[in-house]
Every structure is written in C-alpha cells, then in structure tokens.
Design a protein around this ligand. Sequence first.
Ligand SMILES: C[S@@+](CC[C@H](N)C(=O)[O-])C[C@H]1O[C@@H](n2cnc3c(N)ncnc32)[C@H](O)[C@@H]1O
Length: 196
Amino acid sequence: MLYLSIVIIALTLIAALTIVIYTLKNGIPPMPTTRYLCDQTEKIVQKYQLPSGTAVEAGSGWGTLALYLGRRHPHLQFIGLENSPLPFLIARLLRLMLRRDNCRFLRTDMYRYDYRETNIVLCYLFAGAMRRFAPLFREQLPNGALVISIFFAIPGWTPVETYQCSDLYRTKIYVYKITNRTETHESQNTKIIAPK
Ligand SMILES: C[S@@+](CC[C@H](N)C(=O)[O-])C[C@H]1O[C@@H](n2cnc3c(N)ncnc32)[C@H](O)[C@@H]1O
C-alpha cells in the first residue's frame, strides 16, 4: 500500500513537472478555453458554414475547444496540435471517452506542422506565437482559409471581423480570411456578441 502511494505521488509530481517544463518552453500554460469562449468561437465557425474540411487547433491543450467544436460540427475534421505530454494524453483520452471520431490529437510542435490542407486554424495562444505564425500562415494556408484567434491578433494583418466578447476580459476574437491581399484587407467590423 505504501509502495503504491509512493508510485502515485511520484507520477503526480512528474506530471506536474512536465506541465511546468513545457509552460516555460512554450511561453504559455495549457489554460483551457472557457465554456463561454468555446461557445462564441462555435458561433463564428457556424457563421462561415463550411460544408466540410479540416480545422486545426494550434496548441490544443486538454482538447477543450477542439472537442467542443467537434461535437457541434461533425462534418468537419478537427486536428489538435499539442507538445505538452499530459494535456495531450488527456485530450486523447477524452476523445476516446466522448467518442469524438472527427477529432484527432497529434503530439507535435505546432510551428512544424504543414498547414497546406487546412481550412480553419484555431488559436488561443499568445502574442509571440501569432507573430511567428504570420509568415507561416501566409506561405502555407490555401486561399479562403480562416484563422480564428482568441485574444491575440496577428500583427500586420487586418481581420475580416473582430468580435468583442462580453466576458470579464472583454476578449476579442479575430477572424482572418486568407486572400491574395490579406495584409491590405480594408474592411474591419467589430461585432458585439451578447453574453449568454
Ligand atoms: C491556452 S492553451 C490552449 C488551450 C486549448 N484551447 C483548450 O481549450 O484546452 C495553449 C496551448 O498551446 C500549447 N503550445 C504552445 N506552444 C506550442 C508548440 N510549439 N507546439 C505545440 N503546442 C504548443 C501549450 O502547451 C498550451 O497547451
């Protein structure tokens, strides 16, 4: 019994340590998307009415957002990219338990993924990540693809829509559409989404 307790404590400590190490390495903790933000993001995905296609979440954490969207958009394939081992494993486990067959989670570095076949990129990241993604998305994403970024804008790009949420932080959700002239897009609408 004592032996089992020691093993459980050791495993818990190792799990906690991996979270700390990857948070320092990545520059962001695996903070799950709130239910409210999942819901607002879902409304945006809904609005664009893609009949089929692939949505990739760059930095999918525990899978909260991807699994939430996967349930409401069974016609889309969701791929979550996460390098932190524990959140990645939990996301995979949840996917199995919830039988979310249209969701997959890959343990990989989101900057090394090939986004050329992606129709929607979802991001809930940080300013540095969006800066790093700007040239990568410009180079790889196909025409018409959407980038939906919660909280952080892509520097130098003009969103086709900016949603202002009514949560505590007045979170903005930026929607970018890849066209040949992404950086010079002129329309910018700020939509107010009513709280639930
Ligand atoms: C704010 S969390 C996203 C949480 C997720 N949306 C959810 O609802 O659970 C950002 C995630 O990005 C991951 N991340 C940061 N840099 C990464 C990288 N280079 N490759 C893969 N994942 C990364 C972090 O580990 C973290 O889990």
